[in-house]
Design a protein around this ligand. Sequence first.
Ligand SMILES: C[S@@+](CC[C@H](N)C(=O)[O-])C[C@H]1O[C@@H](n2cnc3c(N)ncnc32)[C@H](O)[C@@H]1O
Length: 313
Amino acid sequence: MNEGDTRQVASDLLAPGDRVQLTDAKNRKATITLAEGGAFHTHRGRLFHDDLIGKPDGVTVTTEGGTAYLALRPLLPDYGLSMRRGAQVIYPKDIAQILTFGDIYPGARVVEAGAGSGALTNWLLRAVGPTGRVFSWELREDFAKIAQENVQGYYGELPEQWTLTVGDVAEAELDAPVDRVVLDMLSPWEVLDTVERLLRPGGVFIGYVATTTQMSELVEALRERKTFTEPEAWESLIRGWHLEGLAVRPDHRMIAHTAFLITARKLAPGTVAPARKLKPSKGQQALRERNARIAAEAAAPPAEDGPDAAEEL
Ligand SMILES: C[S@@+](CC[C@H](N)C(=O)[O-])C[C@H]1O[C@@H](n2cnc3c(N)ncnc32)[C@H](O)[C@@H]1O
């Protein structure tokens, strides 16, 4: 597999089993899987699959009622958003960041958890190519099954360089170190022992978390270990543009928040990174002292009711 994505060769004619994305004049999209004798039902009558089978990618077909649809095989970004979902998928804009700043290259050995719906898995498999390996872990059997369907649905078979394990990535054991670890899960800081054990020196860790509190927890946990470089964190925002005559402006709507990305590289054994001086500002210091006071008060045993307490009232 992966020797060129055969499903994207331009001369290949549409065939039964192919997924096809239909787009109408209002840019509404629907994805169908072609079957001989099959039909897609619309408000303006049926669209017959047989009218597409044997035709080239990128043709227009019309329904019984005369509505035209453009038919194209979905690209991988389209596929990831239209496939069946169990867990929430990573959006293409963030996958691009993971592949780029995670430096996922042909031949790389990558650990991924959780596999979720397999959206990131498909991209990792493409990036590492036939000489690489992707080891995915997924806690939930039902999600693992969906990931497997979605990978098979895209590549047409289960890629040889992919291993999917149903279980906790914390228990991952591999016969050789990996180059990259990508975690998209609720509490990645809980499995950093495993990340450290699996990753080769110089290898890249990427965490993907939805909230600022998770981001902070992960960054502090990485720092505490002293076995990683200083973590870097960011988010990506993409704003589409509306282009119509002289009305050239940003779109009114955008996907404003998905998740934060955190990266760090594993240090060689015994290496101490030059310490970064993280001097808290006066405001931060005051906040820390206040929080420590509140915590100490909360931990103190409750004052006993007695004559003194009553007198104070
Ligand atoms: C947001 S989903 C991942 C989506 C996936 N990246 C995609 O693009 O389709 C998070 C997944 O992590 C799984 N998970 C959480 N903790 C895990 C662990 N310790 N080991 C393996 N999988 C875990 C969850 O079951 C869930 O399916």
